[in-house]
Design a protein around this ligand. Sequence first.
Ligand code: FNR
Length: 406
Amino acid sequence: EQVYRDGVSGRRPRVPTTAGELERRGRRAMSRRADAYVTGGAGAEATVRANRAAFERWQTVPRVLRDVGARDLSAELFGRRLEHPLLLAPIGALDLVRRGADVAVARGAAAAGVPMIVSNQAGTAMEALAGIGRRWFQLYWSTSDELVDSLLARAEASGCEAVVVTLDTTMLGWRPRDLDLGHLPFSRGLGIAQYTSDPVFARLAQERARAPRSGPAPRVTPAAVRTLLDISRNHPGPVLENLRSPVPRAAVETFLDVYSRPHLGWDDVATLRSRTALPIVLKGVLHPDDARRAADAGVDAVLVSNHGGRQVDHAVAALDALPGVVAATDLPVLLDSGVRTGADVAVALALGARAVCLGRPFVWGLALAGADGVAQVVSDVLAELDLTVGLAGATSAADLEVTRRY
Ligand code: FNR
């Protein structure tokens, strides 16, 4: 309504409403490196395309003459109500797109009334986002258990409502767009603020610098470690503001040592329950058997996701995996990967998702108009969702009828 009212006085939305146009203009607003990083998928990007193709195959079957005057799309998760069945997916290294990106995303999400999942690879320490809307924290399981515990404790202390453990990135995927540019944001010190603001990480970096080496001369100088310690003690704020240039090698190199644990297994997940009081969501579940094991491990929800097609090329589309996972478990099931519109959200809800995470589209909004752009993209998705559900003759997601076209 607001858009049409503004249109009467000649105002057009700053951020395109058409999904394809949002993507085109958002991508154009970024540097080449940022675009490669955000757009890129694994391999030949078959899974990026499959995520969209899966949405195209599902159709709602609208019903008529069912009083849809009052609609309720709120969702309950972990005993708390979400006003809308939508969250912002965790997306790391967004300073590549825009300086101060994480604060802008947090503000945009708060303005639109949806929680933000703060990435383990954010460019801003989670403490600096405390107080800006509702937040969850996403964890990459480090090689250091002590660091994992420290991150979990900080998530609790800074008011995050849940922890999302991403399981599909024990190693970084094969991403040709980044490879062709020889560019990885993290190796330039982008997206490592959760580490540089962490006391355990600072100690690990110090130990690394002191450890005797048999090979070539130490790559981490004591001076760099002192800088790092100083940063982590005094400045929990945005990493770019604090690190200045050049980024201390100690931070980057220690990060590369600790950030992922390829030998992670179900035994590790089983220990999580005793390590945090927060509800636990496992992200990256695609197989029904893994959903069953997740329930056995005592977690609180699973997030069906293929990381936006960025990890395993030819992996099954998230939406295609959703019905099998929903059938396999009583846990709440969330979904991301390929969601572009409110009507997409409606289909995912109809197939049993409790809530949906929006990924790349909010980054395009961020690139175009900062916090306002994020808020605009989210509000558009929510408005379309509400209209789609009502016009399909439903008052809640559970009433929606869908059918698959083969
Ligand atoms: C991601 N994703 C992601 N996931 C995660 O758990 N931690 C992270 O730091 C990141 N970082 C990240 C960066 C970029 C640029 C993208 C595009 C994605 C994955 C993200 O949470 C989500 O699964 C996908 O974005 C969903 O796919 P679509 O809908 O964006 O295509």
